[in-house]
Ligand binder design. Structure first.
Ligand code: ADP
Ligand code: MG
Length: 299
């Protein structure tokens, strides 16, 4: 028996490494007029490393890293992996943490060695209110600005409510990113956009390398949803590719959500309509082209 075209297309997509969850999804892939990418773990490898560690105030660099590692230990975020790897490289034992909590798109906090420790985006500096940390806040902001100007992701460490250090993280673009952006631009007629929780300055460097000029940064999970809806209101059929817990609401809001299979979080995999099983971005334009061919056969 011959399979219906959409089912054959799903089987073929599977062989390319794209898990398409339903025939409806397989058919709708052809309608995509704009692709939006998350940055960390999607357009990039998602294995950032700590390139620089700048202590602020009186805490030593090693102590900042040790406390940050304690707070990050329970987190699954790529930033957490980078902090833990840096601590391991220096032979620092990771202290136990209590009262761990994490805010997607922001960072983590915990009690480490009896001290409140927070690790996260530079937005944390806005939450420092204690007068005695004013100079430390100014110093931390200067380090953050320099790191972002250099294309690094800046991560701030607060100990007991005051800035204690700034980490500069470096991540690499996936090798297939630029070629995929070109292929998608040719297929849809529109250059993809970047939606990221990271600072627009830091994200701009990587975006330019990938051939993307429309960068929308500093977005919390709800902000990514707002951006998707705004693009849809402008008449776009939006396909969003993402990997993180922070992407899950926007993956659900997009016309089609696509999750990274290997590096993707469980929530992103559940929210998505399709999965790039091998995290290979190049399979995305291939599967859109496949959908268009299948649709011609159906009609
Ligand atoms: P993206 O949208 O690029 O995938 P995220 O929304 O996951 O990025 O993260 C945005 C920013 O939030 C990060 O650049 C970092 O500053 C901060 N952040 C998120 N999770 C953590 C964490 N576990 N530790 C430190 N910082 C974090
Ligand atoms: Mg991500």
């Amino acid at each position: 028996a011959t399979m219906p075209p959409l089912l054959s297309a799903i089987a073929l997509a599977g062989r390319h490494g794209v898990l398409v969850k339903s025939a409806v999804v397989m058919e709708r892939l052809a309608d995509t007029t704009l692709v939006a990418f998350d940055k960390t773990g999607t357009l990039t490898e998602g294995h950032p490393r700590v390139a620089e560690l700048h202590p602020v105030g009186k805490t030593s660099a090693k102590e900042v890293l040790r406390l940050a590692a304690g707070a990050e230990h329970p987190s699954e975020h790529p930033v957490a992996a980078a902090v833990l790897a840096a601590a391991r490289d220096l032979g620092l034992p990771v202290p136990a943490a209590a009262d761990f909590s994490s805010t997607p798109g922001r960072g983590v906090s915990a009690i480490v060695d009896g001290q409140p420790v927070a690790v996260g985006s530079p937005a944390l500096l806005d939450e420092v209110s204690r007068p005695r940390s004013n100079t430390d806040v100014a110093q931390a902001r200067a380090v953050v600005d320099a790191a972002q100007a250099a294309g690094h992701t800046a991560v701030v460490v607060l100990v007991d409510g005051a800035p204690a250090g700034v980490l500069a993280l470096a991540d690499s673009l996936r090798p297939a990113a630029a070629g995929t952006v070109t292929a998608l631009t040719n297929l849809t007629g529109t250059t993809p956009v970047l939606l990221t929780g990271d600072n627009p300055g830091a994200a701009g460097h990587l975006a330019a390398e990938a051939g993307i000029s429309d960068v929308r940064g500093g977005l919390l999970p709800a902000g990514k949803v707002d951006q998707v809806r705004a693009l849809q209101a402008g008449g776009r059929r939006v396909l969003l590719v993402g990997d993180g817990v922070n992407d899950a609401p926007a993956l659900a809001a997009a016309d089609l959500g696509v999750a990274m299979g290997r590096g993707g979080s469980d929530l992103a995999l559940q929210a998505a309509d399709a999965v790039l099983v091998r995290d290979d971005l190049a399979t995305l334009p291939a599967v859109i082209a496949l959908s268009r061919r299948a649709r011609r056969l159906v009609q």
